[in-house]
Design a protein around this ligand. Structure first.
Ligand SMILES: [Zn+2]
Length: 67
């Protein structure tokens, strides 16, 4: 049970939704794709994990992946 909770809490998206490259995390929330250089924002909201995409101006564009 405890291990399961821990896994849930530390869930991370590790594949880029755009190119399937590896995501590298600068911190808990900010991830950058090592392959295409796109940056994403990882948000935990009510135990759902959301991965946001940015547009060219740095605005969050939309959720590209959820878990
Ligand atoms: Zn990528």
């Amino acid at each position: 049970m405890a291990a399961n909770e821990n896994k849930e809490y530390s869930h991370k998206f590790d594949e880029c939704p755009t190119c399937d490259g590896d995501l590298q995390y600068q911190n808990e929330a900010d991830a950058e794709c090592l392959n295409c250089g796109e940056v994403f924002y990882h948000e935990i909201r009510a135990n759902r994990h959301l991965l946001w995409d940015y547009d060219e101006l740095g605005w969050m564009r939309g959720v590209v992946s959820r878990a």
